[in-house]
Design a protein around this ligand. Structure first.
Ligand code: HMG
Length: 418
């Protein structure tokens, strides 16, 4: 049975300061090209302790509700995907409900599996709606995270943070999911992890890239089989991956999307070669086609990530926001591929069609204004902010329309609204 379900509106929130990665490279005695070309990154968001996951989640959620114009009495579920929650028991979703003064008739909970959490939330919401159990209500789905590896670590240039909130409903004005067509792959690995009590993540960086690419291969192959049998794509002269107008990948750093796209095409090309080994000649023939296809299918998904860095659960959804912000008018009616990866690891490749109200909906998210309002800081200020205790928020008033952590009293977090 076919179901109409997907994203009705989307909005984002980002920390209000950022660091230019060329400044960071120079301070660390590294060639800036390693960060800008090698990792494909320009800037990274630098949160202060007042900009925690609940504050960013609530700010994004408030904007998403405004962008959709939905009456809050229609929200029946709030799910926050996060791996930087603030309490072992109380959900970030509960803080969001409080800050937004949502009715008591909502189900609130968080989902966690590294960067995959928001995708788990999105599919949970979509299935609740498609099942009919929602009785016409919508869900508020948020991905909110702060990526923190620490000063002078290998992961330092891949930090960042932000939140994306989506109203998920049976009126998918922005993006309609190909409901029920989805490839998954999971494996118990230690590529990236953050034991309870640690503020900084631990990572086996190069191994994590391998795990990501293996997961992409398996989940894309799974999706492709289902998409072919549902006739969303066809075997023929055009590669299956080329039949997707755009592909947004999970973006821990922008170069990862380039590696992912090369791998995705290799899966299609290997199949076409009938299992014949991939060799240098095949790689040379593929290089110009890969470059062209990357520019068309993937580059438009990267501008926001290049400016805020890794936002873990929000990262894939920043890619969707980037692509629609740049190109919504030419994407209406077209199918896009989406890849979500969470270290540990689990992954999902799924797809969706850009809906006819996408142009107006993405304009309502005011993405350029939000990014332009940020302040550039120098490395000294970045290091000072990184050194602040997470439970000692700066006494800064929240900007209009945003939320900030104001204080913590006996573990109770108190937020201020601007
Ligand atoms: P590294 O060892 O600092 O960097 O680690 P490198 O030596 O591998 O160099 C990186 C690239 O820069 C290479 O390009 C170099 O050639 C190039 P590549 O071979 O990859 O194409 N390079 C230069 N280019 C131009 N000019 C130069 C120059 N020098 C070198 N002068 C690493 C990089 C990403 C591993 C590290 O930053 C890290 O560990 N980051 C954190 C982990 C991560 O992001 N993993 C990604 C996959 S896992 C994932 O996505 C999940 C995650 O989001 C968490 C979650 O799920 O919650 C992380």
């Amino acid at each position: 049975m076919q179901h109409r379900v997907g994203v009705e509106a989307l909005a984002l929130a980002v920390p209000h300061r950022f660091l230019d990665l060329e400044d960071l490279a120079r301070a660390r005695g590294i060639d800036p090209a390693k960060f800008t070309q090698g990792l494909g990154a320009k800037q990274m968001a630098v949160p202060d302790p007042g900009e925690d996951a609940p504050a960013l989640a609530a700010t994004a959620a408030k904007r998403a509700l405004a962008a959709s114009g939905i009456d809050v009495s229609r929200i029946g579920m709030v799910i926050v995907g996060t791996e930087t929650g603030v309490d072992h028991s109380k959900a970030v979703a509960s803080y969001v409900q409080g800050m937004l003064k949502l009715p008591r008739t909502v189900r609130t909970f968080d989902t966690q599996h590294a960067c995959y959490g928001a995708t788990a939330a999105l599919h949970t919401a979509a299935q609740w709606i498609a099942s009919g159990a929602s009785h016409g209500k919508a869900a508020l789905v948020v991905g909110a995270d702060l990526a923190r590896y620490g000063l002078k670590t290998v992961g330092e240039p891949t930090q960042g943070g932000g939140a994306v909130a989506m109203v998920v409903s049976d009126s998918p004005d922005l993006l309609e999911l190909d409901f029920g067509v989805s490839g998954v792959d999971s494996l118990d690995v230690h590529d990236f992890w953050r034991p309870v009590g640690r503020r900084e993540a631990l990572v086996d960086g190069h191994y994590s890239i391998r795990c990501y690419l293996d997961a992409l291969t398996a989940s894309y192959t799974d999706w492709k089989q289902q998409a072919l049998s549902r006739e969303l794509v066809r075997k023929g002269d055009t590669l299956v991956s080329e039949q997707l107008a755009r592909i947004a990948y999970h973006v821990p750093f922008c170069k990862m999307a380039r590696k992912a796209h090369a791998q995705l095409r290799r899966v299609d090309l290997q199949e076409r070669r009938g299992g014949k080994a991939w060799d240098e000649q095949a790689e040379a023939e593929e290089a110009p086609k890969l470059a062209a296809s990357f520019e068309t299918q993937v580059a438009p998904t990267l501008p926001i990530s290049a400016r805020v860095g890794n936002a873990y659960t929000a990262s894939l959804y920043l890619g969707i926001a980037s692509m629609l912000n740049l190109q919504a008018p030419s994407l209406v009616g077209k199918r896009v591929g989406l890849f979500s990866y969470g270290s540990g690891c689990t992954s999902e490749f799924f797809s969706a069609v850009v809906a006819d109200k996408a142009v107006a909906r993405i304009a309502a998210a005011n993405i350029e204004d939000i990014l332009a309002a940020r302040e550039r800081i120098d490395v000294e200020e970045y290091e000072r902010l990184m050194g602040l205790a997470s439970d000692a928020p700066l006494p800064t008033a929240p900007a209009p329309g945003t939320f900030r952590l104001e204080k913590i009293q006996e573990g109770r977090r108190i937020y201020a609204a601007g």
